[in-house]
Design a protein. Structure first.
Length: 364
């Protein structure tokens, strides 16, 4: 099919190391334009990527060759940018979180529904081969009946230090990119993909570090975003679940997810706690096994990923783009879209309400 023309709003380090290599390697997509908030950076991005560069997002959206608008800016800017693209009838790929809070997410999901525009949200962790293989093993009976699961991870940021004032927004809850909304939810989407949804949830959100140091000048900034995220609950399957995400890093495990069943156990681990960009390992044991052993993931789980892009972060993003291309060709809708993102924002809202009130929240 004719390549889908892509315009990227915010072609910084993340987009340059993830989206753009995937788009360049795919016959289904073609980069057509980029935009930033400043003329100088727009010109630099245009020269780097060989496409027109704009310092106004509306010019990118209006570009006749742009079919898909990719938004990779700060969360606080998402609502304005995504609304403009949807109203112009352009497909939208938004990085997660979709919006700064449930109210904004609800409005964007409704706008996508009423305009009929195809949307996609960057919850690519579910496309990691180890996650997809674990799901298939469980559905195939490897564990028997799932009894319970525990997930512990590190946000890698939200520790006691940050490199620059440009990154200080991570510590400001009002900016929408917190250990809960970002790192924990990027891990919880694969969690839900493999094990299903929570039926009820109780949570405790704690601001453990009340200040952080900005390394570029040694200044101290206040912290309002919780850096300790504790969640317990029951899944719709009846299995017990416990999730804990900490800000910063750990000298122990930075990611460990155990799934226990009547017939066996699975364990997914990584050195990096941000699951969406981590290289995972999968291990398991069942029956008479006394411990878990590494499980080789079949090569079929990386089918469709161009050579050289199978590692993280590009591997799972390549799978997400490939699935979107398949959806467009076949008329299906399988990729995580804004309606899906809204369910995740509702989960965040339930966690925050539970922590604020000290009560268990139903997710039915």
């Amino acid at each position: 099919m004719t390549p889908v023309g892509v315009g990227i709003i915010g072609p910084g380090a993340w987009a340059s190391n993830s989206h753009i290599p995937v788009i360049a390697a795919s016959p289904s997509f073609e980069l057509r334009a980029v935009s930033t908030s400043r003329r100088s950076s727009a010109e630099a991005a245009a020269a780097k990527h060989g496409v027109p560069g704009y310092d106004n997002h509306q010019e990118l959206i209006n570009h006749p060759g742009v079919d898909l608008v990719v938004v990779t800016t700060r969360v606080a800017q998402h609502f304005e940018l995504i609304s403009a693209a949807l109203r112009a009838g352009k497909m939208v790929y938004s990085e997660w979180p979709l919006a700064n809070g449930l109210a904004e997410a609800d409005q964007l999901a409704e706008l996508a529904r009423t305009t009929g525009v195809r949307t996609m949200v960057g919850l690519q962790g579910r496309y990691a081969p180890e996650v997809q293989h674990a799901r298939d093993l469980i559905q195939g009976g490897y564990l028997g009946r799932v009894l319970g699961t525990t997930m512990v991870g590190s946000g890698m940021v939200w520790g006691g230090e940050v490199a620059s004032h440009g990154q200080a927004y991570w510590f400001d809850k009002s900016q929408g990119a917190t250990a809960l909304t970002s790192a924990a939810l990027h891990a919880l989407d694969p969690f839900h993909f493999v094990l299903g949804e929570f039926d009820s949830v109780a949570a405790n959100l704690v601001v453990g570090r009340t200040e952080a140091t900005v390394l570029e000048d040694g200044s101290r900034i206040p912290v309002t975003a919780p850096d300790q995220v504790a969640i317990i609950g029951t899944l719709t399957s009846g299995a017990a679940a416990s999730v804990f995400y900490r800000g910063g890093t750990s000298r122990g495990d930075n990611f460990r997810w155990k799934i226990n069943g009547t017939e066996g156990d699975l364990v997914l681990t990584a050195d990096w706690g941000n699951v969406q960009v981590a290289q995972l390992t999968l291990a398991g044991g069942r029956g008479t096994d006394s411990t878990v052993a590494p499980i080789e993931v079949p090569a079929s789980y990386t089918e469709g990923v161009p050579a050289g892009l199978t590692g993280m972060p590009t591997g799972s993003i390549a799978k997400l783009y490939a699935q979107l291309a398949r959806d467009l060709a076949e008329g299906t809708r399988t990729v995580p879209d804004f309606a899906h993102a809204l369910t995740r924002h509702r989960f965040v809202d339930a966690v925050e309400r539970s922590s604020a009130t000290g009560t268990t929240q139903s997710l039915r």
